[in-house]
Design a protein around this ligand. Structure first.
Ligand code: SF4
Length: 341
């Protein structure tokens, strides 16, 4: 819901009304009609004046593993994708977009191939979470959808500040960046104890610059120093995201080079099986990923391998591109601005 518009519509009402409305939305209400402690006339006026969500659902796809991907539209029609991942241990994690499209152009990412739309507002980010909250409780949130969150940090932090009321604590909220240095520094200074993830993907500047143009602007050494400063302040490990690309970044020597870069107390590596996109890359096989993980662990670096979720509906990391999954029955959406971090 557009919270600024809500405040305007409530001018003249008791001050607690806006919080009352938000509290209902945060608990998963589906509309103003459910807000039984609001006067009936006010509920009707709000329904007429303030759309219950700042985003409109265009389509939703369900993966065989239970993952849900929603394609939503802003009021002017820009695409936004959000994903709900459900795990056997009952965790329910929402992956949200911070931008429609992405101005960066990481070579392995479907979002990076799209045109950039614009930054999303804090309300538009929250409405992605609320979309899934209306289906049941959610308890984790990751900013790994379309866009680079550090390029829209004020809105991202504005959304994070309200997430605990939706059921997601700050410690279960993770902001992922490709290494936008000023944003990492600003996040370190913020009071919100959210978690930081760095998409690294290469153990040296030459390869990283090939994969991610942002590395030309902010090379590895400075970015890792900023992450260490974040860890020193927060005492929480920084997640290192490393997508496994066959023959590109998955060799044994590269695992050793990665281990040399990282301090085991400050970092934890998360290896990501590569999800097919319209790019020239192919993913490393399970054996190569397992060998890379064990090389890192032997060097003392805490390492996990991410479970692939939602591959069959293009909902996995790097696949968000605001289009229908291959073979989907429903009407598709032309590829347009939208992204995945
Ligand atoms: S990986 Fe993230 S920052 Fe890079 S192009 Fe994709 S969405 Fe943008």
């Amino acid at each position: 819901m557009d919270l600024a518009r809500l405040e305007d519509a409530l001018i003249g009402q008791p001050r607690f009304r806006a919080r009352q409305v938000w509290a209902w939305a945060a608990r998963g209400a589906r509309g103003y009609a459910e807000m039984t402690d609001l006067p009936a006339g006010l509920r009707e006026r709000l329904a007429a004046e303030v759309p219950f969500s700042s985003l409109t659902l265009e389509r939703e796809d369900r993966s065989r593993d239970g993952t849900l991907k929603a394609l939503l539209r802003t009021h002017e029609g820009r695409p936004v994708e959000a994903v709900l991942m459900r795990y056997r241990d009952e965790r329910r994690s929402v992956c949200v977009s911070s931008q429609s499209g992405c101005p960066l152009t990481c070579s392995f990412c479907a979002t990076g191939q799209m045109r950039f739309g614009r930054n999303l507002t804090a309300s538009e980010i929250l409405d992605q979470v609320l979309h899934f909250r209306r289906r049941g409780a959610v308890d984790h949130c990751v900013f790994m959808g379309m866009g680079e969150p550090m390029l829209n940090l004020q809105a991202v932090l504005g959304a994070c500040a309200r997430l605990p009321e939706v059921g997601v604590t700050h410690r279960r909220t993770t902001i992922s960046t490709v290494g936008w240095l000023p944003g990492i520094r600003r996040l370190s200074e913020s009071e919100l104890p959210v978690r930081l993830a760095l998409s690294l993907h290469a153990p040296d500047d030459a390869l990283r610059s090939q994969l991610m143009a942002v590395n030309e602007r902010y090379p590895l050494a400075g970015v890792l120093d900023a992450c260490r400063a974040y860890h020193a302040r927060r005492r929480r490990r920084v997640f290192i995201e490393y997508v496994m690309l066959a023959g590109v970044n998955d060799r044994y020597e590269q695992a050793l080079a990665l281990a040399r870069l990282l301090d085991r107390r400050a970092f934890k590596v998360n290896l990501i099986p590569f999800n097919p996109t319209d790019t020239a890359f192919t993913g490393s096989g399970p054996q190569a990923i397992a060998a890379f993980a064990s090389a890192l662990r032997r060097q003392g670096i805490p390492t996990t391998v991410r479970l692939a979720r939602g591959r069959d509906i293009d909902a996995a990391c790097g696949q968000l591109a605001a289009r229908a999954p291959a073979g989907a029955g429903a009407a598709g959406v032309p590829a347009g601005p939208a992204g995945a971090g």
